[in-house]
Design a protein around this ligand. Structure first.
Ligand code: ATP
Length: 335
């Protein structure tokens, strides 16, 4: 783990057991996250993108230790937090926060905004003085662009975008170092999405925050991400700087995702690529390369051998791609 990193996830695996029969024996497992490695730099944003069901939320929740990993390691600020007890984890909970997709579901409808934003202080015994606590809540509201009158209102009195601002204020309240943003704008109108993204970028720069920004759509994370990891069925298939990913995507899955963003016509000589077929089941993922059943370039080897995540960039680990034909694709050779 480099000094620049706030978080490192190493060979992380999460399988959910599926049990059956009268004895409740394990009969199968969901390969939700399968050998995933990445780092998040201090003050930077890692975008994590892929279709619904590819394991993005499981990954986010495993990092928070809301779900226990099957294997692998999670390092936070240089410390291995994979196996520490919930008691040891408690002070770290302040430093790793989450913002959810649906702000309405994540805000208790019976609590006023004052109560919602005071709750983290109560849990962590901070600002016991009432006036100080109110002052802190008001400054949080200001920080996310809400007026002081919001303090005595309830979640249903706000629009979706305003509710997400409250969710962000709550995540911000304990001065975290990293925030896991689990599709925070997916439920919002496009015009509101950019307001929330701008707010999040301003807060990141002001407080030197790091984000893991989870999305199913590459267009959403383009401006906020410094680096992007593309996931397919529990595995990272491409991982590089945001600039590289959008300008020079290599993996056929990434190319197809980008070509579906109207103004990104990266697939110069080829037709707009539509990903064929449905996402296979993570209970019984395809052998070899998991994308081979939908890949327009798949050859025999692809169903037989799992492709390694190889570096194709000029610097160490600067452009990682998991494809048997990544060199050919990089050089635009016809397959
Ligand atoms: N508690 C659980 N028990 C069993 N399977 C689970 C559990 N949680 C998630 N899964 C399965 O793990 C896989 C990955 O789910 P996950 O929610 O992480 O994907 P996702 O990419 O975040 O999708 P979405 O955008 O729909 O939330 C899915 O097949 C899902 O059904």
């Amino acid at each position: 783990m480099s000094e620049m990193d706030i978080l490192r996830v190493q060979n992380l695996v999460k399988y959910f057991p599926i049990t059956g029969g009268i004895l409740g024996k394990q009969i199968a497992k969901v390969h939700a996250v399968d050998d995933v490695t990445f780092s998040v730099k201090k003050g930077k944003t890692l975008g994590l993108v892929g279709e619904s069901g590819c394991g993005k939320s499981t990954l986010g929740r495993t990092i928070l230790r809301l779900i226990e990993p099957t294997s692998g390691n999670i390092f936070f600020d240089g410390k291995d937090i994979t196996n520490i007890s919930q008691k040891q984890l408690r002070p770290l909970r302040k430093e790793i926060q989450i913002v959810f997709q649906d702000p309405f579901a994540s805000l208790n409808p019976r609590m006023s905004i004052r109560e919602i934003l005071s709750e983290p202080f109560e849990i962590h015994n901070l600002f016991p003085d009432k006036q100080e606590r109110i002052h802190k809540v008001l400054s949080l509201l200001k920080e996310v662009g809400l007026s002081p009158e919001a303090i005595d209102r309830y979640p249903h009195e706000f629009s979706g975008g305003q509710r997400q601002r409250i969710g962000i204020a709550r995540a911000l309240s304990l001065n975290p170092k990293i925030i896991i943003c689990d599709e925070p704008v997916s439920a919002l109108d496009v015009s509101i999405q950019s307001q929330i993204l701008n707010l999040m970028m301003d807060l990141r720069d002001k407080y030197h925050l790091s984000y893991i920004f989870i999305a199913h759509d590459l267009s959403v994370i383009e401006h906020i991400s410094d680096e992007v990891a593309v996931m397919y069925l529990g595995k990272i298939v491409e991982y590089t700087s945001s600039e590289n990913l959008y300008k020079h995507p290599i993996h056929p899955y990434t190319k197809a995702l980008i070509s579906s963003i109207p103004r990104h016509n990266v697939v110069e000589k080829r037709e707009h690529q539509v990903i064929q077929g449905d996402l296979p089941s993570p209970i019984d993922p395809p052998s070899g390369c998991r994308f081979h059943t939908r890949c327009p370039f798949a050859k025999e080897i692809c169903s037989k051998q799992i492709p390694e995540l190889k570096n194709l960039g000029s610097e160490i680990n600067s452009h990682l791609v998991a494809c048997h034909f990544s060199n050919e694709l990089k050089n635009n050779e016809i397959l």
